[in-house]
Design a protein around this ligand. Structure first.
Ligand SMILES: *[C@@H]1O[C@H](CO)[C@@H](O)[C@H](O)[C@H]1NC(C)=O
Ligand SMILES: *[C@@H]1O[C@H](CO)[C@@H](O)[C@H](O)[C@H]1NC(C)=O
Ligand SMILES: *[C@@H]1O[C@H](CO)[C@@H](O)[C@H](O)[C@H]1NC(C)=O
Length: 362
């Protein structure tokens, strides 16, 4: 009888495999297993120098604050002469993470402000072959976080019913990737910080890539109760993901190699700095309306909010043969799913023009 009951129960409950902790990045040891870039932004045309490890620590652009939280920031204390770049940080995990991984990021503050372009993301080898997952990304005075995958052609994202976020671009091989806008309030900017921050979780699975966000008051107990050494026994209290990239339209195992995680902040560049993006939220904040000119040179006090404050980044793995992609998400479709559409394009002319402006200012 008891056996029968248990069997019935196991049919009713989703089979969620536990995620065992692999890496906890937090506190004084946070930076031990990351590489610092140590060069100017030669990837996205941003107006920063991503300093090496020694400079990051001596200039206090990477530090642990009195709350025990990790700070990664843009230099907001140097007077940068016109035509020069400002110091910032870009770090990459020494480890890679395979399919079957789960990442959880607990943040108290995200960098924002005109010209500021932060991201926490993952990337495989020889981009775009190994794929890219953008978990936290925003530019300028944007209000909501955005998600995206970047892949070679063949991976697309049509809005699944169990996604809270708002899909805007379908083809993950396009320059801006298959974007999903967060619709849960307070996912970026001052609203994020005022709510006490929040938590992201990313399931990197052959069944799909699923990304959740909770503002601080709504972080589920399975996460608030987790420690630096414990497993995540169940995703049952997570609700629907904000972004669900399911394997029916994107064969995750074909488009994604094992991923390194990257945390970086750049300024202007080919996203925050292109006129269409920059002018959308920062047109009236400076005399010229040009990202570099109105922000990067000068005393830097406009970068006081350009910092990450992180409680931890954790990586988990499941060894279960059938990982449970989005199983916690099989609830009712979200009312907001797919109703809004963010216009986001990269007209080649604007990119060329912004390249010229950036070139002139460097
Ligand atoms: C960009 O900088 C990185 C880090 O120093 C270096 O490894 C890479 O070769 C550079 N890429 C180009 C295209 O110069
Ligand atoms: C896609 O995910 C489903 C579960 O949602 C799984 O049964 C199937 O094997 C996966 N297909 C591939 C090609 O990985
Ligand atoms: C830089 O910003 C931090 C907050 O991120 C602030 O505490 C500090 O006073 C600022 N530094 C300067 C020199 O303004």
């Amino acid at each position: 009888m008891r056996f029968l009951l248990l069997s019935l129960l196991s049919l009713l409950l989703p089979t969620v495999s536990p995620y065992d902790i692999v890496d906890d990045f937090s506190g004084l040891t946070f930076f031990d297993n990351w590489d610092f870039y140590g060069n100017y932004d030669n990837l996205t045309l941003g107006d920063v120098i991503w300093v090496d490890e020694a400079d990051a620590f001596t200039q206090e652009l990477a530090l642990v604050n009195s709350a025990g939280n990790v700070i990664i920031k843009v230099d907001n204390f140097s007077n940068v002469p016109f035509n020069q770049k400002r110091n910032s940080v870009r770090i990459t995990t020494k480890s890679t993470y395979s399919l079957g991984s789960l990442w959880i990021i607990d943040a108290v503050h995200l960098p924002y402000g005109c010209s500021v372009w932060p991201s926490i993301w993952t990337v495989g080898p020889s981009w775009p072959d190994g794929g890219e997952i953008d978990i936290i990304e925003g530019v300028n005075l944007m209000l909501n976080n955005q998600y995206a995958l970047h892949t070679t052609p063949g991976c697309v994202h049509t809005t699944p019913p169990n996604q809270k976020g708002s899909s805007s671009l379908v083809d993950c091989s396009q320059p801006s990737g298959c974007l999903v806008g967060e619709t849960v309030p307070n996912s970026y900017q001052s609203g994020f910080a005022a709510a006490g921050g929040g938590v992201w979780a990313v399931q990197f699975d052959y069944t799909g890539i699923f990304i959740w966000f909770w503002s601080r008051p709504n972080v589920p107990a399975s996460i608030t109760q987790a420690t630096a050494t414990s497993s995540i026994p169940s995703l049952a209290d997570w609700g629907a993901p904000s972004a669900s990239y399911v394997n029916t339209t994107c064969a995750i195992d074909q488009f994604f190699a094992p991923q390194n995680m990257v945390i970086d902040i750049t300024l202007c560049g080919e996203y925050a700095g292109i006129p269409e993006q920059y002018l959308a939220t920062c047109a009236n904040t400076g005399p010229t309306g040009i990202c570099y000119n109105d922000n990067v040179p000068g005393p830097g006090n406009n970068y006081d909010e350009a910092y990450f404050e992180l409680r931890y980044v954790r990586a988990y793995t499941t060894s279960a043969p059938a990982a449970t992609g989005g199983v916690a998400a099989l609830g009712k479709p979200s009312a907001s799913g797919g109703t809004k559409s963010i216009r986001f394009e990269w007209p080649p002319l604007l990119v060329v023009l912004s390249g010229m402006i950036l070139g002139m200012t460097m």
